[in-house]
Design a protein around this ligand. Sequence first.
Ligand code: DLZ
Ligand code: SF4
Length: 513
Amino acid sequence: MTALRIILGDQISETISSMDGADPQRDIILFCEVVAEATYVKHHKKKIAFIFSAMRHFAEDLRSKGYQVDYYHLDPKAPLGNFTAAVRQALGTHTVDHIIVTEPGEYRVGTELSGWAETFDLPVFIRPDTRFLCDHAEFETWSEGRKSLRMEYFYRDMRKKYSILMEGDQPLGGQWNFDSDNRKPPQPSYDVPDTYHNPPDAITKDVLQLVETQFPDHMGTTDAFHFAVTAKQAKAALVQFIEERLPHFGDFQDAMIQGKPWMYHAHIGLYLNVGLLLPLECIAAAEQAYHRKHAPLNAVEGFIRQILGWREFVRGIYWKEMPGYAGVNFFGAKRDLPAFYWDADTKMNCMHQSVTETVENAYAHHIQRLMVLGNFALLTGIDPRQVNDWFLSVYADAFEWVELPNVSGMALFADGGFLASKPYASGGGYINKMSNYCKGCSYQVNQKTGPGACPFNYLYWDFLDRNRDKLGKNHRVGMMYKVYDRMSDDKKLAIHEDSAKFLKNLDAHSSDC
Ligand code: DLZ
Ligand code: SF4
């Protein structure tokens, strides 16, 4: 029995389930670069380059192990439209009895695959993605009957299940979560060690050129591309993080410093999400760093929580709630995404810096995403679909299963509190506390209203007041309504007038924003 085994661009793992039992003599392993995947949102150039290069390197690796690999490069003269077109072409070349593929990470692709058995009149075996630590049935059981889902309880169960950072049945250090230690303000004078750099080899150089010519109007450039593109290189990136940055990762997890895009973050999300790294190897490396007294518990626990807790949790939510989750819009937000999300042309320095780094690196860290870029979209009421498309296209680590819950659930509260207990809305004070952006801004962070005031300040109150019917009963926001209600009428008027003026300028694409 000959199988056509398909490996998608985020399935670059030696242990991918579609390869279980593969016969090097008979089976055909198919990789395909297709137009639909690169353009269903306009992915950042570095993201496309990263995925194509990782696919090409993995295909070479399988070839060197004796597998028969058919690899469809994106051919500018005759590009393949989508996965279905690629499979059709493969079936015209090879005689196979059945198709095997690991379940795709995105609902959209799952829908495409579900028609294959009929289209091709062949058995199609869609196998579970065993790289995740919590499967669909387990998440279903865990979430059954809960009105709202909270990561913290899920995470504790995962700690117990995998016996990570445990002392018997108790959490190491007596606490499950050390997040309260992880909010230190930035120290701009610190010499933050750089992230991992891997110089492009011949395969990557070919891809960079292809991407520049085929996707000229996508965000960014391929200049200074330095991502790992093999499992071995990704492992080196992980080791470098553990040795050089993990010890400070916890303390400065939320801090932002102008000109230091990576801070103490791992920058391994992109490798995990395409499978160059596996969750348990990252978790084990961090846990060992704690036991050999290289990194403190707050850093190690915080890092592990992202992978063992948050990452698995959002994946569970995605598959439980799709397809409806893609359309949630609790606040009925419908403003268009401002052009400065693409070109960084804004007077707000925090937004300018965060977008500039995104354009340059296809990366921004979680607080830039959540409390700057996401917060602004929340406060100004930008249409969740446009915000989601933007996040999905610009970050090299973004796949819909992880991006959508983070953006719609966490940053925009567009699911009305299914995932988060309160909206992550804030004024300029938070950004000022956690960054040095405000010093270089045209706006005054300490000014609440008036022409020079930080827009986040008045927009915050305007957002709360505008959405009182939706948030007034949320006890975590209740305190802020009390503060608002105690303000003088003049102050409230100034907040609304400044907000109306700013939003009008925003809609008119004014350079005044
Ligand atoms: C993101 C992406 C891009 C840009 N291109 C391809 C591609 O040409 N071929 C491919 O197999 N995968 C690509 N990917 C990753 C897919 O979008 C990803 O595997 C699906 O979204 C998972 O459902
Ligand atoms: Fe951002 Fe306001 Fe600070 Fe400017 S003053 S950087 S707009 S938070």
